[in-house]
Design a protein. Structure first.
Length: 94
């Protein structure tokens, strides 16, 4: 089994530590897991997802070797919907 969409403490809608997510996935027989935390490209002082994504990637990369014999860890990003809305409006105009 492969899970391709999962959020961690690096997203505003989740609280789980990466190790907790990974351990649960392994216990359920998952062979590959992609962590896909949010990235809102409109940065504000209250919310800078780019910093969170960088920290998440750093932590996943540090955990890859630790878990290499149990699960394949991958990094993904969920781009905020307002980005998609902007892209849609550009496409609709053409």
């Amino acid at each position: 089994m492969y899970i391709s969409h999962c959020h961690s403490k690096y997203s505003p809608d989740a609280k789980s530590e990466l190790t907790e997510i990974i351990d649960i996935a392994i216990s359920r027989g998952v062979k590959a897991l992609t962590i896909t935390d949010h990235c809102n490209c409109k940065f504000t002082p209250e919310r800078n997802d780019f910093v969170n994504i960088c920290a998440c990637v750093d932590e996943i990369n540090a955990l890859k070797e630790r878990y290499s014999d149990k699960i394949k860890l991958l990094v993904g990003v969920e781009i905020a919907e307002e980005i998609f809305d902007a892209l849609r409006s550009q496409i609709d105009e053409k």
